[in-house]
Each structure stands twice: as structure tokens, then as C-alpha cells.
Design a protein around this ligand. Structure first.
Ligand code: AMP
Ligand code: MG
Length: 390
């Protein structure tokens, strides 16, 4: 059995960044920027007023000074004269600073009568001018790779980038296996259950910006599994769920091998998730997850998510961990790395009382996994542990 980090290393060798495609800015949120985008213009393109007030010469600003208002500049309406000595231009936020002026007195500091303004006695020294290019200069990059956020989208818009190069979405085929499984909404027989983790994994993949394809459930027969693998053609990653142990009905390994899978590994020293297999089937990376609902979801966090990020060009890094104190003691761990369902609050992290890998209700109320090293001794309240947010 290999360790989790060895397994992840091998999984990373199976995948590489996908090619890029151009998408309209409106469809770019959450996508991964594939190449640096350079600002097509400087922002602001001109020195602009940041307040409503009067544009004057700073050398003339003093208590009780008087100016004659000779024009008006509003956003989108520059005043194209030159401000002379003793003159002021009425100006509004976002308007270009007129030539000859280098200071905006805010309107609250001014008394106006007709065309004349008089300054008050407590004029702030702040000039209320946004210099040209203070946000960014033409040619400034938004650097790749990055998963685009709403703030990035606003920045790209300001850079005048109507079309954005992003990494193509990884298409992921999800194959559920098992004679006992039926789809949600169907009517299970007395000895059947509903496919669950497949939908959880599809949701996880969508959150990551991948494109899951839930294939029809494969029965525990060679023919059915073969048909499912055939349907998975064209995917960038094939994920099977269940049928990966060594029971008589666990056929994923044998059928995939028969179809020419080059196996990278089988079995990882972790809890939950031991019967994990991976390899390449007709050139397509494949990962076989255990069927137990929580095992599959934990493997989704620990293995699938980093693989998808690697395919998106976001680098080959494990799920990020933070260190937190325990708010409840933990018993000694066994010989496998344990990903314990846990709740993280301001008080610290507490492992769930029951850790059975079939309990989706426990997973759904957890917001973290506590990662226990193999053979970790019992840990008291206050001990520091590794946490993965889920
Ligand atoms: P297996 O890995 O096929 O031996 O499955 C282990 C356990 O997980 C069994 O109790 C299965 O019924 C259950 N299981 C397998 N696949 C799924 C699935 N897609 N959704 C929910 N439960 C599953
Ligand atoms: Mg099964």
C-alpha cells in the first residue's frame, strides 16, 4: 500500500493542463485564466476628480480666498479650457481635471454666490485628484494562472478585455457501479439504495469549474462496465465509483485491466478510501474511487480536486491544510492516515463521534477534515492538528 502523498504524486503524472479557449468576459467568472491579459488602456486614462467641488490652482488655496467660476466639468464631459489665476471650474466626481488646475476644493468647504466662490478656513491639504494610471497602466498584466473572481472580472472589464483566454473545462465522466443502485427519484426495490456520492462528486466538480457527465449506472457485470467505459470516451478524466475492492462483484479493476488500463496503483494507506485505484485507459486518466459515500467524497477532496486543479493549470498541489487546536480530545490513530469528519468552530476542531464511512449525515454536518498521521498517539484538547476545510 502506498501513502496518500505517493498516490497524489502518481495521480499528478497522469494529468496535464488542458488547452485554452477564448470566452466572452460574461462567461469567464470562475474559469481559470490561461494566459496573462494585458490592460488595453491606462486607468484612469486622465487625472480625475475624486470628489464634487471646484478645481483651482493649489498655490492659490488659502482661507477666505475667492475665485471666479469659469466653467463646469462633469463625468464624461471634460472642460477644455485652461484654469487661470483666480479662476475655478465646477467639477464632479470622475470628471477630467482641467488644464491649469491641480487641486479640488470639496464643495462642503466652499460658499458660492453667483459666479463667485469663497473658500472656508479649514481646507484639507488632500488634493482630491486621482492621477492618471493610479489604478493600472496600459500593458499591466492580470497574471495567469488564476481562478477568476468577480473582482478579477471587474478588473478585466476596466482593462477593456471583452474576451478572455481560459483553460478548457475538464470533462469528467462519472461511472457509478452496483446492482443495488438506482437514480434519485426512481423507485428502489427493497434491496436497493439511491446513488448518492455520484451526485456529490458531480456537485464538487461543478464547484471546481469542471464539467461532470453522470453516465448511466453500470451493473456489476463485465458487459455493463465495458459499456460504461465505452460511453466515457471523449472525457478528460474517468471516475468510477464502487466496485474497486476485492469482492466477487468488484469488477472495475479486472474489466479496466482487460480493456488495457495501465495501472498506476491500487490501495492507499488511508481511512476512509483504502481501495483506490488509478491509471490510464486508452490514454485517458482514470481514478477508481471506493463506493462508500463518505470515502468517495473524501477522496474527491484529497485526490480528485487536486487533479482537476492540475488539469486547469493551477499547479500540482495537495488540498491546502491549516493548523488548528483541538476542542475535544482524540483517541490514538491506527496505521493508516485518517481523514476524520470534524466540526471547526472558534473554539477549535472536534472530530465527529462516529466516523463510519457510510454516514453522509455526519459528512453533511461537518465542515472540516482532521488529518491524523499513521499511528498518531491520542491527542488532548488544545493539541494542534492539520485541518482541510470542506
Ligand atoms: P463497493 O465499493 O461497490 O463495494 O461499495 C461499497 C458501499 O458503497 C456499498 O454499500 C455500496 O452500496 C455503496 N455504494 C457504492 N456506490 C455508491 C454510490 N454511487 N452511491 C451510494 N452508495 C454507493
Ligand atoms: Mg459495489
Amino acid at each position: 500500500m502506498i501513502t496518500v502523498s505517493q498516490a497524489l504524486e502518481q495521480l499528478f503524472t497522469l494529468v496535464s493542463p488542458l488547452p485554452s479557449q477564448d470566452v466572452p468576459l460574461r462567461l469567464a467568472n470562475g474559469r481559470v485564466l490561461a494566459r496573462d491579459v494585458l490592460a488595453a488602456r491606462t486607468q484612469p486614462p486622465f487625472a480625475a476628480s475624486s470628489m464634487d467641488g471646484y478645481a483651482v490652482k493649489s498655490a492659490e488655496v488659502e482661507a477666505d480666498a475667492m475665485f471666479k467660476v469659469v466653467g463646469e466639468a462633469a463625468a464624461g464631459h471634460a472642460w477644455d479650457g485652461v484654469v487661470g489665476a483666480g479662476q475655478a471650474v465646477r467639477i464632479f466626481t470622475g470628471a477630467p481635471l482641467p488644464q491649469g488646475a491641480d487641486f479640488i476644493v470639496i464643495q462642503e468647504d466652499v460658499t458660492r454666490r453667483g459666479d463667485l466662490i469663497t473658500l472656508g478656513r479649514n481646507i484639507d491639504t488632500k488634493d482630491n485628484i486621482r492621477a492618471a494610471g493610479v489604478d493600472f497602466m496600459q500593458g499591466a498584466p492580470l497574471s495567469a494562472p488564476r481562478k477568476l473572481t468577480p473582482a478579477d472580472i471587474a478588473l478585466l472589464a476596466a482593462m477593456n478585455a471583452p474576451v478572455v483566454p481560459v483553460t478548457r473545462k475538464p470533462v469528467v465522466a462519472l461511472i457509478s457501479t452496483g446492482d443495488e443502485l438506482v437514480m434519485p427519484g426512481e423507485h428502489p426495490k427493497a434491496d436497493q439504495i439511491i446513488v448518492s456520492n455520484t451526485f456529490g462528486l458531480a456537485a464538487m466538480l461543478e464547484d471546481l469549474g469542471a464539467q461532470p457527465r453522470i453516465l448511466p449506472i453500470a451493473q456489476d457485470s463485465e458487459a455493463s462496465l465495458r459499456a460504461a467505459f465505452t460511453l466515457a470516451k471523449g472525457a478528460d478524466l474517468i471516475i468510477t465509483i464502487g466496485g474497486a475492492s476485492v469482492g466477487d462483484h468488484d469488477l472495475v479493476g479486472p474489466v479496466a485491466a482487460d480493456m488495457g488500463m495501465e495501472q498506476s496503483f491500487y490501495k492507499v494507506a488511508m481511512r476512509p478510501g483504502k481501495p483506490l485505484m488509478a491509471g490510464r485507459l486508452a490514454g485517458v486518466p482514470m481514478i477508481g474511487l471506493p463506493g462508500n459515500p463518505v470515502s468517495a467524497m473524501v477522496c474527491g477532496t484529497v485526490f480528485v480536486t487536486p487533479m482537476i486543479r492540475a488539469m486547469q493549470g493551477l499547479g500540482k498541489t495537495p488540498a491546502p491544510r491549516v493548523q488548528r487546536a483541538l476542542s475535544a480530545a482524540l483517541p490514538a490513530n491506527g496505521p493508516r492516515e485518517h481523514y476524520m469528519r470534524a466540526t471547526l468552530t472558534a473554539e477549535g476542531a472536534a472530530g465527529a463521534q462516529v466516523q463510519d464511512s457510510s454516514l453522509l449525515s455526519v459528512l453533511a454536518t461537518s465542515n472540516a477534515l482532521i488529518v491524523r498521521p499513521p499511528n498518531d498517539p491520542a491527542q488532548p484538547v488544545g493539541a494542534t492538528v492539520d485541518i482541510i476545510h470542506i
